[in-house]
Ligand binder design. Sequence first.
Ligand code: NAD
Ligand code: UDP
Length: 310
Amino acid sequence: MKILVTGGAGFIGSHLCRYLLEENGDEVVCLDNFFTGKRKNLKEIMSHPRFKVIPHDITRPLKIKGDFDQVYNLACPASPIHYQFDPIETAKASTIGAINVLEFARLNGARVLQASTSEVYGDPLEHPQKESYKGNVNTLGPRACYDEGKRVAETLFMDYHRSYNLPIRIVRIFNTYGPNMDVNDGRVVSNFIIQALDNKPITIYGTGNQTRSFCYVSDLIRGLHKMMNNPAFIGPVNLGNPNEFTILELAEKILKMTGSNSNLIFNPLPEDDPKVRKPDITLALEKLSWKPEILLDEGLIKTIAYFKSI
Ligand code: NAD
Ligand code: UDP
């Protein structure tokens, strides 16, 4: 199959491109504006004969030639510091960008998957989060450019599906981690590992009693691929690991695993930071026979090894 991956040079995108090329034998075009993506994430596949990279911003129409069978839409800054850096560009990536990607899929007759997010649930009042939960997002806060952008993108995907019968898939991704996370990404797993390896203070935001559920990237990639290739279920579906940890528990685990001397420092909690997050993955199990296999300790060992190696 010929597959377009927008945001293919980013953390998740680079793993997806490699998986499609090497595990599935597809022809893959990666489209990226390199805002947070890096060519070094693609170094192992850059010279692959079935792989091509096209620098492009999805907020402008896609004019790539060739008949594509599938499109994975991952292009959007994903970490709070990156998506809040230029909130208007972030909102554009999920709205104008989504329209450009959907138009491209429509012209190609391609199936198109949207990388949505657990952030559509906001600071959730239902726990764990099921797909039926409508969410609790502050439209006015600093996270809204991302959260509301992703919510509009889901709406656009559904409207293209209803209006043009476009084959779509919507996946709500929960906190994912692993090699190729950017050192300046600012997300909790990469921050804590880098701080621990450098014996610098571990920056806990708030009390550290807020929770997240961390999914190793290879589990997520399997889920994305299963969702894209299932015959009829369009989603939305939660993909994430339902094992929930407090941020303090994560810090303690990383300190122990790295043998670090770092101490903990407590910084202010960012505005609208969700207090809890944990996916209900019943639907993914039922419709896709998918569940994560990598436990947090196992995934952290691989991720720590990656950050030691760079
Ligand atoms: P990332 O920042 O590493 O990757 C995003 C990629 O998109 C980068 O390569 C970036 O350069 C590119 N990009 C950004 N804006 C673009 C634009 N306008 N045009 C073209 N390319 C653009 O982040 P990631 O963690 O790999 O996330 C990938 C996708 O998955 C994002 O859509 C994100 O919202 C979604 N997601 C990720 C997580 C997670 O935990 N990693 C959770 C929920 C959702
Ligand atoms: N966090 C933290 N220290 C850091 C980075 C993040 O305590 O150095 C917290 C953050 O406030 C949030 C959680 O860890 O409660 C997850 O943050 P991240 O940015 O990884 O992802 P989010 O789920 O908030 O999008």
